[in-house]
Every structure is written in structure tokens, then in C-alpha cells.
Design a protein around this ligand. Structure first.
Ligand SMILES: [Zn+2]
Length: 199
């Protein structure tokens, strides 16, 4: 263990997802020996992200401003809404160029083990959008794992009285995986072959 500032840095880095204690230590010592201009750029990127990036008031994607780029785009369809877990999933689906509707970012998935229920996600906000909006088709693009499936089943049941067309991405996605790790072709195909859910 190290003293003061160095240990604080290692501890903070170690709290990042995917960074174990060894990596945290390696990154910390890299930063200690890096040029001060490089470190300055990193610090300024972190500060800017905190100060400037917010969540879109409509879909909860990341946005610089009130609304994200996708919600502001008048050429996109208001009739098809795609529900995803995280902003990174929006990026993954956008890469496929298969989708021209709008998004709704839940902020996670239902996971009883982690104590995450529907009230911890932006489900109420989704329902408000569906009730006020022009949406006729809902595509549920949660991750193809246990939590994602549970969330999809829950949402399909919840919206079934609304008479929307509800679909889930087709199989072919790696089961147990994360949407963002699927390649564009696989994800694009899963999108095209989405199946209607009858809850
Ligand atoms: Zn938005």
C-alpha cells in the first residue's frame, strides 16, 4: 500500500468497472510518470463530462443540452420506440443503421439479486411517454441475459393493455451477453428479425 494521494488514486481507479487492483496500480503509476499536459487533458475531459453531459429529458440518453441528438432529429419516426438498458446500447444500435425511430433508456435492468426493481428504472417515464405519444410499435432491446429477459417480459406485460405492437430482438445474439458486444451485422439482423411478443 502506498501513501496519501497515490493510494487515493489507486483506490478511485479500482472502483471503475473492469479495473482490478493490479490495473489500478498500473494506471496510477502510468499517470505519475506521464507528461503533465497528458494528465491535464484527462482531467479536463473528466471535468467536462461532469459539467456538460447530462441525460436527455425525453429519452435519458446522454446529451449535451436538454435533449439528445436523436430526440432533436426531426427526420426520425415518433411511432417506433426502442427500449434499451444503457446509453451505450443506443450507440450499438445506431451503428447498425437499421433503426430510424426513437429510444428510451431505462438506466439498467430488473435484477432482484442486486435489489433493482422496476421503480429503480425509468419505467414510469416510459409509460408516460407511451400514454402521451404517437408510439405504435415498441421494440424491447434489453440485453440477451437473465436480467434483460426478465425486464423484457415485465415491460411486455405492463404495456399489453395499450394495444401496441411489442417486439423483442430476434435470437442470434450471444445469449448471456451484452448488447454492445454484438457486432453490427448480428445486431442488425436481430433487429430486422425482431419477433412480436404477445403478452
Ligand atoms: Zn433523447
Amino acid at each position: 500500500m502506498y501513501e496519501g494521494a497515490v493510494q487515493d488514486l489507486i483506490d478511485e481507479l479500482g472502483r471503475l468497472p473492469g479495473v482490478g487492483p493490479k490495473s489500478a496500480q498500473r494506471i496510477a503509476f502510468h499517470l505519475l510518470s506521464a507528461e503533465s499536459t497528458d494528465v491535464g487533458r484527462l482531467v479536463s475531459a473528466l471535468t467536462r463530462v461532469q459539467e456538460e453531459v447530462r441525460f436527455c429529458v425525453t429519452c435519458y440518453n446522454v446529451a449535451e443540452g436538454e435533449q439528445c441528438r436523436i430526440c432533436r432529429d426531426p427526420r426520425r419516426s415518433d411511432e417506433v420506440l426502442c427500449v434499451v438498458e444503457e446509453p451505450k446500447d443506443v450507440v450499438a444500435i445506431e451503428r447498425t443503421r437499421e433503426f430510424r425511430g426513437r429510444y428510451h433508456v431505462l438506466g439498467g435492468a430488473i435484477s432482484p439479486i442486486d435489489g433493482v426493481g422496476p421503480d429503480d428504472l425509468r419505467v414510469k417515464e416510459l409509460m408516460t411517454r407511451l400514454m402521451n405519444g404517437a408510439v405504435t410499435e415498441l421494440i424491447i432491446a434489453t440485453d440477451p441475459n437473465l436480467e434483460g429477459e426478465a425486464t423484457a417480459a415485465y415491460l411486455a406485460r405492463l404495456v399489453s393493455p395499450m394495444g401496441l405492437a411489442v417486439s423483442r430482438l430476434a435470437s442470434g445474439l450471444p445469449v448471456g451477453g451484452d448488447l454492445e458486444y454484438a457486432d453490427e451485422v448480428t445486431l442488425g439482423r436481430a433487429f430486422e428479425g425482431r419477433r412480436r411478443i404477445d403478452a
